[in-house]
Ligand binder design. Structure first.
Ligand code: NAD
Ligand code: UDX
Length: 462
């Protein structure tokens, strides 16, 4: 039985996942380690409002186990050494250099972990891939462990994480399924059972699937590709709805009631964001191409092409509607995170929309309930479109939505934060330049009410 777990990587996956394992398995000691000292300090902060990740319900889960059987540390070596099972939960971003640049997953952090585990381990261990990885990565990890280690035996399991940000705690406590892939050898099967037994503390056995390693690795990329493909499909139709008088919400409802289609992930939007969808599809495309499967690669690449188009279509529509110029006009952009209930802004459509409007010389003012100002500038600077000084000039961050909207020509809803719905829109309207426009990239607000107030309201797909 596993008594001691180490998780390398205290990010959006490592932190919440391990907090829930510790909560549900008080008999297991769980140590989450990271090289990032600031992040670990934040996980250990007495004030639970300062946790590095904002997720509804997470603070309660952490406070229940932290210091009891849940620990956060920068001492990676000793956590590896004392663990029976090591989860690798480090980032696997899209490569931005060399072969596969802009498509393949960058596995340098994974390799570093494997080498560190090999160097430090003084006994046999189970290594669990929690990060999302290209199919057949387990082979590379095994080779590193066996060739650079101290002669101990390692079993590699694939256990991809399906949590979505904003609902991570709920997804972890009540997962649709848990997937564990391992070798078919007796040792592989024994390792699988050990991991299944951990989840079985709170997940019913019929929701725990076991497969071979390659199916497990590929299922994760496939799940994200399918989900993103639904969003791109409905977004593609949103434009056709705008041209024909159909309403994309009505179309989504009509098709979603077909039990073969289902109603989820059919919400038309300014485009999908987040650290996973684009990265994982690009990775899938790269893998398909590397096997010479060009038609397969092209098919999935279209999901990304459509998403990029949707984001730029949103910006172009704003410029066109504002009489073909936003130069010098104040535009209030509400919502910077890639979806509600998270402070994560990786690949958020807001970044691209703001950038497009700044290219048109708009004066953009951003308000987000959770994303910090430094993060907003860092996201923009990362694009490299203009200098940091120019970004500071062209875009301001406001801690008040009222100030952000005052004297604006248009308001953009880019994230579906619930709180936006309860704003005093009449008061906001009164303080705006006229005509006052709202471009609702999430179809979040009530069109009828806003039009009654006097806004010119533009939705997606109607
Ligand atoms: P993240 O960037 O939030 O966290 C990764 C952490 O790993 C960072 O804090 C980094 O400092 C740390 N790290 C990197 N190399 C290290 C090393 N050698 N030693 C110690 N620490 C190291 O990333 P994330 O969002 O948690 O994603 C992690 C993985 O999980 C990725 O592969 C991602 O695709 C996958 N995933 C993410 C989500 C999600 O919603 N974010 C969901 C499912 C799967
Ligand atoms: C996704 C997967 O859902 C999750 O299973 C995986 O583990 C990580 O990647 P995440 O990116 O956190 O999770 O959020 P998700 O809810 O999938 O949303 C992704 C993006 O798609 C967001 O920008 C969201 O706003 C957008 N989206 C989602 C839509 O535009 N319309 C929808 O109907 C659903």
């Amino acid at each position: 039985m596993i008594k001691n777990i180490c998780c390398i990587g205290a990010g959006y996956v490592g932190g919440p996942t391990m907090a829930v394992i510790a909560q549900k398995c008080p008999h297991i000691k769980v140590t989450v380690v990271d090289l990032n000292e600031k992040r670990i300090a934040a996980w250990n902060d007495e004030d639970l409002n300062n946790l590095p990740i904002y997720e509804p319900g997470l603070a309660n889960v952490v406070s229940e186990s932290r210091g009891r059987n849940l620990f956060f540390s920068t001492d990676v070596d000793s956590a590896i050494d004392s663990a029976d099972m090591i989860f690798i939960s480090v980032n696997t971003p899209t490569k931005n250099y060399g072969e596969g640049k802009g498509m393949a997953a960058d596995l340098k952090y994974i390799e570093l972990c494997a080498r560190q585990i090999a160097r430090v381990s003084k006994g046999n261990k189970i290594v669990v891939e929690k990060s999302t990885l290209p199919v057949r990565t387990a082979e590379a990890i095994k080779s590193i462990l066996e060739n650079t280690g101290n002669g101990f035996k390692f079993q590699i399991l694939s256990n991809p994480e399906f949590l979505a940000e904003g609902t991570a705690v709920r997804d972890l406590q009540k997962p649709d399924r848990v997937l564990v892939g391992g070798e078919s050898s007796p040792e592989g099967q024994e390792a699988i059972i050990k991991l299944v037994d951990i989840y079985a503390n709170w997940v019913s056995k019929d929701r725990i699937l076991t497969t071979n390693v390659w199916s497990s690795e590929l299922s994760k990329l496939t799940a994200n590709a399918f989900l993103a493909q639904r969003v791109s499909s409905i977004n593609a139709l949103s434009e056709l709805c705008e041209k024909t008088g159909a309403d994309v919400n009505e179309v989504a409802r009509a098709i979603g009631m077909d039990s073969r289609i289902g109603s989820k992930f059919l919400k038309a939007s300014v485009g999908f964001g987040g650290s996973c969808f684009q990265k994982d599809i690009l990775n899938l495309v790269y893998i398909a191409k590397s096997y010479g499967l060009n038609e397969v690669a092209d098919y999935w690449e279209q999901v990304i092409i459509m998403n990029d188009y949707q984001k730029s279509r949103f910006s172009k529509n704003i410029v066109k509607t504002l009489y073909n110029t936003v130069s010098g006009k104040k535009i209030a952009l509400l919502g910077w995170s890639f979806k509600k209930d998270t402070n994560d802004s990786r690949e958020s459509p807001a970044i691209y929309v703001a950038n497009d409007l700044m290219e048109e010389q708009a004066s953009v003012v951003v308000f987000d309930p959770k994303v910090e100002e430094t993060q907003i500038y860092s996201d923009l600077n990362y694009l490299g479109t203009r200098s940091e000084i120019e970004n500071k000039k062209g875009l301001k961050v406001s801690s008040s939505y009222v100030d952000a909207c005052k004297d604006a020509h248009a308001i953009l809803i880019v994230t579906e934060w619930d709180t936006f719905k309860s704003y005093d829109w009449k008061n906001i309207f009164d303080q705006m330049k006229k005509p006052a426009f709202i471009f609702d990239g999430r179809n979040l607000l009530n069109k009828k009410e806003l039009e009654q107030i006097g806004f010119i309201y533009k939705a997606i797909g109607s």
